[in-house]
Design a protein around this ligand. Structure first.
Ligand code: PMP
Length: 432
C-alpha cells in the first residue's frame, strides 16, 4: 500500500480531507491511488471531480445500471418519502422484490432472505448450511474474499495472513485454466475440493458447505469454460455439504447473463447476492432451497433491522426493472465481447501483458515483467497511469498483477475504446 501523496495547486481541499480522514477513520481504511481520488458526482459510467472533470469508471461494479440511475433514484426517493419500516410488517414491495429475484433464479431456489451486505448474506448462508447439514466445515479458495463478519473473515484468506482462518475452514487452490477444456479444469479443481473434504474428515469435521465466488475475483478473475465447476459441486454434495454460490460479484448481469453459476450446469443450494442489487443502496440477501430455509427457520428466528426494508427493496426492484428494460445483461455480453477483443489485441501486441480472462463486463489482464513473471509494480503503475488519463480500474490476484476491469454495465463501445487507448498510452509511458 503506497502512502497517498497530494501535490499541486488544487490539492488543498483534498489535503484537508486526507488529514480528517486519517484522524477520524483510523488505520484499517485504505485509499486507492497515490493521489487520492475525490469524486463529487456520478452519472452513468462517469464520475466527476469537484472541478467537473469526468473520469471513466471501469471499476465500480456496484453501480451496475450506471451511477445515479434516475429510475433507481426515483424509486428510493418515492419510497423513502412514503414509508420506511422493516420486514416485520406486511409490505408489497418486499414481496415483489423477493418474487422477482426468485423468478430469475433457477430451481430449486424458492425463498429469499434479505440482509444489508454481501458479508451478512454469506454469514447467514453459512449458518443455514451448518444448521441444515449438522456439519461445520467450510471450504473456500486460497485467496477468496467473502466479507467482513467474524465467521466470514475467517473464511476470507485474501484479507491477509494476519487474519486467522477458522479451525473448520479449509482452502483449495483456485481453478487453473490451462486451456485444456472444462473437463480437465474441473477435474483439477475438484481434486482440491476432495482433498479438503478428506482433510476435514481426518479431523472429524463434517463439511457444511463449499462457498465459491463464481468469478473468483480476488483469486485473480477466473471464469473458465462452462461446466468446469460441476465436478467440485458433485464432490461437496456427495460429502453431505451444500454449495453456496456467492453471486455478489457475478450476479445481476455482470458476465453477460443474469447469474453466473447456472453456466456450469449445477444447482446451488444457497445463493448470496449483494453489491449491484441496490445500485449503491445497501441491500443484499440469500436465496435458498425451501427445505434449507425451513430447517433454519425452525431452529432460529431471523430479523435484520434494515435488511430488506421497503426502501431497500424499492431500490432492488428498480434495479431489476432497469436490467430487464434496458437489456443490461445483453449489453454486458455484447460490449464485453468488444472489451475482451480490445484487451486481447493489446496483450498480443505488448509483451508486458499476458492472459486476458473473464467474461461479459468483467476482465482481468495479467501484467508481466520482462521474464514473463507477475509484475505487481507495473500493474500499479498502469492503474495510476490510467487514473492520470481519467480512467478508473484496479488490480487484484495472488500476486497483485491482474488488472481488474469491471465497469457499470451501461458501458458502451466508445468507452471500450477510451479504456483501450488509455491503457495503451499508459503502457507506452511506463515501459520504454
Ligand atoms: N462476496 C464477494 C465475492 C465480494 O466481492 C464481496 C465484496 N467485495 C463480498 C462478498 C462482501 O460484500 P459486502 O462488502 O457487501 O459485505
Amino acid at each position: 500500500m503506497q502512502e497517498p501523496a497530494l501535490t499541486g495547486r488544487d490539492d488543498a481541499v483534498e489535503s484537508a480531507l486526507l488529514d480528517r480522514r486519517q484522524r477520524l477513520l483510523g488505520a484499517s481504511y485504505r485509499l486507492f491511488y497515490r493521489q487520492p481520488f475525490h469524486p463529487v458526482r456520478g452519472e452513468g459510467v462517469w464520475l466527476f471531480d469537484r472541478h467537473g472533470a469526468p473520469y471513466l469508471d471501469a471499476y465500480n461494479n456496484v453501480a451496475c445500471v450506471g451511477h445515479c440511475h434516475p429510475r433507481v433514484v426515483e424509486a428510493i426517493a418515492t419510497q423513502a418519502a412514503t414509508l420506511n419500516t422493516h420486514t416485520r410488517y406486511l409490505h408489497e414491495t418486499i414481496l415483489d422484490c423477493a418474487e422477482r429475484l426468485i423468478d430469475s433464479l433457477p430451481a430449486p431456489l424458492e425463498q429469499m432472505v434479505f440482509t444489508c451486505s454481501g458479508s451478512e448474506a454469506n454469514d447467514l448462508a453459512v449458518r443455514m448450511a451448518r444448521a441444515f447439514t449438522g456439519g461445520e466445515g467450510l471450504i473456500v479458495t486460497e485467496l477468496a474474499y467473502h466479507g467482513v463478519t467474524q465467521a466470514i473473515a475467517e473464511a476470507s484468506p485474501s484479507l491477509g495472513v494476519k487474519v486467522r482462518l477458522g479451525n473448520t475452514v479449509r482452502t483449495v487452490p483456485a481453478p487453473v485454466d490451462r486451456g485444456d477444456g472444462a473437463a480437465a479444469m474441473g477435474k483439477r479443481f475438484a481434486a482440491g475440493v476432495q482433498a479438503a473434504i478428506d482433510d476435514l474428515a481426518a479431523h472429524d469435521i463434517r463439511p457444511a458447505a463449499l462457498l465459491l465466488d463464481g468469478v473468483f475475483s480476488s483469486d485473480g478473475i477466473i471464469t473458465g469454460p462452462e461446466g468446469f465447476l460441476a465436478p467440485a459441486i458433485a464432490a461437496i454434495h456427495r460429502a453431505g455439504g451444500l454449495y453456496i454460490a456467492d453471486e455478489v460479484q457475478a450476479g445481476l448481469g455482470r458476465t453477460g447473463v443474469m447469474w453466473g453459476f447456472p453456466r456450469h450446469g449445477v444447482s446451488a443450494d444457497l445463493v448470496t447476492l449483494g453489491k449491484p442489487l441496490g445500485n449503491g443502496h445497501p441491500v443484499a440477501g440469500v436465496a435458498g432451497r425451501r427445505d434449507v430455509m425451513d430447517h433454519f427457520g425452525e431452529t432460529a428466528r431471523y430479523f435484520n433491522t434494515f435488511g430488506g426494508n421497503p426502501v431497500a427493496c424499492a431500490a432492488a426492484l428498480a434495479v431489476q426493472s432497469v436490467i430487464r428494460d434496458e437489456g443490461i445483461a445483453d449489453n454486458a455480453a455484447a460490449v464485453g465481447a468488444k472489451l475482451h477483443a480490445s484487451l486481447g489485441q493489446l496483450a498480443a501486441a505488448h509483451s508486458r501483458l499476458g492472459d486476458v480472462r473473464g467474461s461479459g463486463l468483467l476482465a482481468g489482464v495479467e501484467v508481466l515483467d520482462r521474464q514473463g513473471g507477475p509484475d505487481a509494480g507495473l500493474a500499479q503503475t498502469l492503474v495510476e497511469g490510467l487514473r492520470a488519463r481519467r480512467v478508473l480500474i484496479s488490480a487484484t490476484g495472488p500476486h497483485g498483477n491482474v488488472l481488474k476491469i469491471r465497469p457499470p454495465l451501461v458501458f458502451g463501445d466508445a468507452h471500450v475504446s477510451t479504456l483501450g487507448n488509455a491503457l495503451e498510452a499508459s503502457l507506452a509511458a511506463s515501459t520504454p
